[in-house]
Design a protein around this ligand. Sequence first.
Ligand SMILES: *[C@@H]1O[C@H](CO)[C@@H](O)[C@H](O)[C@H]1NC(C)=O
Ligand SMILES: *[C@@H]1O[C@H](CO)[C@@H](O)[C@H](O)[C@H]1NC(C)=O
Ligand SMILES: *[C@@H]1O[C@H](CO)[C@@H](O)[C@H](O)[C@H]1NC(C)=O
Length: 325
Amino acid sequence: MTTALLPSFLLAFFSILIIIFLADNLIPFVESSPPPCGPTYPPDAIPIHPGDIDLMQFPLNLEHLEADYFLYGSLGYGLDKVAPELVMGGPPPKGAMKANLDNLTRNIITEFGYQEVGHLRAIKSTVGGFPRPLLDLSAGNFAKVIDNAFGYHLDPPFDPYANSINYMLSSYVIPYVGLTGYVGTNPFLIGYITKRLLGGLLGVESGQDAVIRMYLYERAKELVHPYNHTVAEFTIRISNLRNQLGMCGLKDEGIIVPLELGAENRTCSNVLSADFSSLSYGRTAAEILRIVYGTGSEHVPGGFFPHGGDGRIAREYLKKVVKGE
Ligand SMILES: *[C@@H]1O[C@H](CO)[C@@H](O)[C@H](O)[C@H]1NC(C)=O
Ligand SMILES: *[C@@H]1O[C@H](CO)[C@@H](O)[C@H](O)[C@H]1NC(C)=O
Ligand SMILES: *[C@@H]1O[C@H](CO)[C@@H](O)[C@H](O)[C@H]1NC(C)=O
């Protein structure tokens, strides 16, 4: 009798040991919550520093320009229809219209347009914002930019809405300026929420610029009808104009460059515009305003912003019109 009981007692004993082992090791593993994701910021870190607000509202000027240019170009209507709450009562853009695009180009630009809507929403919901400034997206305004880039009056005037290549050339004018602005703003931000926002915006603006540049690079040697200038030449001229208006040295390069501007001095192809160490160039708000106003002065509005930009940074410059300027 006792000899028969002993094995079953041992069995029960070992069974309990196994259950304890499982409970300690396997079950917690199976039941544990998903691994932690996303950053945890130090408890004393600042989410949004008061000084970040103006810095992150400033890019709304460019994001508005891009949103309506891309939405109108691809869809034939803009922010008023797609996201009226983001317009905040600003005036409708001048001269924006649907461009004559092939399907590939239209798909790319439609995506870019909606991306800008997301950017506007993200910025306005994080740091607040201002109504859409008055934008001049007329063909005539783009023609003026291209005339200035070439230094003579192109005949017939350059029409950004006429076809896909013209539209992509006119788009070359825009996201790159935003990209350099974000690079320039980055060191001045303090809050982790605003830094994260800027990182996300910079990533997509750079991506848009890369897509546009690649598109143009593939067609670098083609003539832009009916002018006797290649696509590459257009990019070089536009970049030179931006350098000239920005007035702070070389921060902008066309898609074909002399070797000394290529990557490590070894390429003439220049799909991406970058400095000496292949790092993106940065521009200040003042440099950006000089370029998008087309006046070479952050104090004198014009170009894409007939009444100037909005937000404290742009408005302060508008107030300080230097005598004689
Ligand atoms: C372009 O897209 C339209 C509608 O989405 C389609 O009907 C047309 O066949 C496409 N054209 C080409 C060349 O793929
Ligand atoms: C077009 O440009 C090329 C290169 O700059 C030049 O050699 C040629 O003479 C020009 N043709 C016309 C018709 O202007
Ligand atoms: C590229 O050339 C410049 C002179 O034009 C020189 O100063 C620089 O060191 C060169 N860079 C590299 C990476 O070789």
